[in-house]
Design a protein around this ligand. Structure first.
Ligand code: GRG
Length: 346
């Protein structure tokens, strides 16, 4: 990375936080509502009459990925109905290789990545024709290296990340112009060390995860100024312990993933107060019905449940399945695919 190193180091076996349990919040085991969260995620399948179920119909593929990852992080993946999920995922694939968010919708890179991630979690990538899915993704790359999300032409660094992650999982990175892809992402870097959705757009933690992750996959982390970015990221922590996504905004549990994953890749998780963040995530749990919300007192949802648990895993709390900060998948899956690397020199 720009300030202290040139290239990723050789693959190690642990992340910065996996071995260090100092600085975690008090009484974690008593406060963490694992059984309630399991019941909450399992119950979502039956919640088909709710308003939330209908308004999230078009993005169900990502919802399924969030729910599966939440269960996997808690060590409870075996409670999910694998064959039913896989059958539904495959029913969402289109003749051009891409996946949609649900039956009856158009394919999009966002849902193609979620589908490929779900197949990877269950070790079922052999169900797809990797070259066909890779060709769908490659067909969305533009001459400047950026990616359309789908045929309608929106460009966003979220799609650069989806494309690189998807093709890496499929072993098809060679179908992309990876150098042009990372060059485009580097053009989205701002003076504050962060990254935005397109060149010149405001730095936002969600886009920073996408850009740092895309650069990590593309072996181009030299475009990251880890010192400046590390400062910007750790300044996201507010007095309540939670993280916001950009200056002057409110804390939100999901930034426990977007911010921490980027800090983890550049080896600077220790730059934030891990105990206070753990405490904040725990106070956002629904202690009656399970699940985690965006901030204490609000209604829980599967998105914040996943990213809250993912944050606790990255923080090194005991009992969580380790998660890879680049691929947003269990470490065991990334290792099985031969993709696990340690990037930082911290
Ligand atoms: C595999 C984990 C994974 C991701 C796939 C879709 C995607 C790639 C990344 C999304 C990155 C992103 C932009 C996250 C931010 C989501 C979010 C909470 C946006 C809210 O934005 P505002 O402006 O909120 O409403 P703030 O907090 O800035 O007020």
């Amino acid at each position: 990375m720009a300030s202290t190193s040139s290239a990723p180091t050789a693959p190690p076996t642990t992340t910065e936080t996996e071995t260090d349990t100092k600085g975690l919040c008090d009484n974690f085991a008593e406060r963490y509502k694992k059984e309630l969260h399991e019941a909450y995620v399992l119950g979502l399948d039956n919640d088909t009459d709710s308003f939330e179920f209908y308004v999230t119909e078009h993005l169900r593929m990502s919802g399924a990925y969030w729910g599966l990852m939440a269960m996997d992080l808690m060590g409870s993946l075996d409670k999910m109905n694998e064959s039913k999920i896989i059958e539904w995922v495959m029913s969402c694939q289109h003749s051009n290789g891409g996946f949609s968010g649900n039956n009856g919708h158009d394919p999009h890179l966002l849902y193609t990545l979620s589908a490929i991630q779900i197949l990877a979690i269950f070790d079922k990538l052999d169900l797809v024709d990797a070259a066909q899915v890779g060709a769908y993704v490659a067909g969305l790359q533009q001459p400047d290296g950026s990616f359309f999300g789908d045929k309608w032409g929106e460009v966003d660094t979220r799609f650069s990340y989806c494309a690189l992650n998807c093709c890496a999982l499929l072993g098809k990175l060679d179908l992309l112009d990876v150098a042009a892809a990372t060059e485009f992402v580097s053009r989205c870097r701002n003076f504050d060390g962060g990254f935005g959705a397109v060149p010149g757009a405001e730095s936002h933690s969600g886009q920073i995860f996408c850009c740092v992750g895309a650069l990590a996959i593309g072996d181009a982390l030299h475009h990251v100024d880890e010192g400046v970015l590390g400062w910007w990221l750790c300044e996201r922590q507010l007095p309540c312990g939670g993280l916001n996504g950009r200056p002057e905004k409110k804390e939100d549990v999901c930034y426990s993933w977007w911010v921490l994953s980027a800090l983890s890749i550049i080896g600077k998780v220790s730059w934030i107060d891990r105990a206070k963040l753990g405490d904040f995530i725990l106070t956002a749990q629904d202690e009656k019905d399970g699940g985690i919300s965006d901030r204490p007192g609000n209604i829980a949802d599967v998105f914040h449940t996943y990213f809250g648990l993912a944050g606790l895993s990255l923080l090194g709390y005991p009992g969580f399945t380790p998660i890879d900060p680049v691929y947003a998948l269990p470490v065991r899956t990334v290792e099985r695919l031969g993709l696990r690397k340690m990037y930082s020199v911290a």
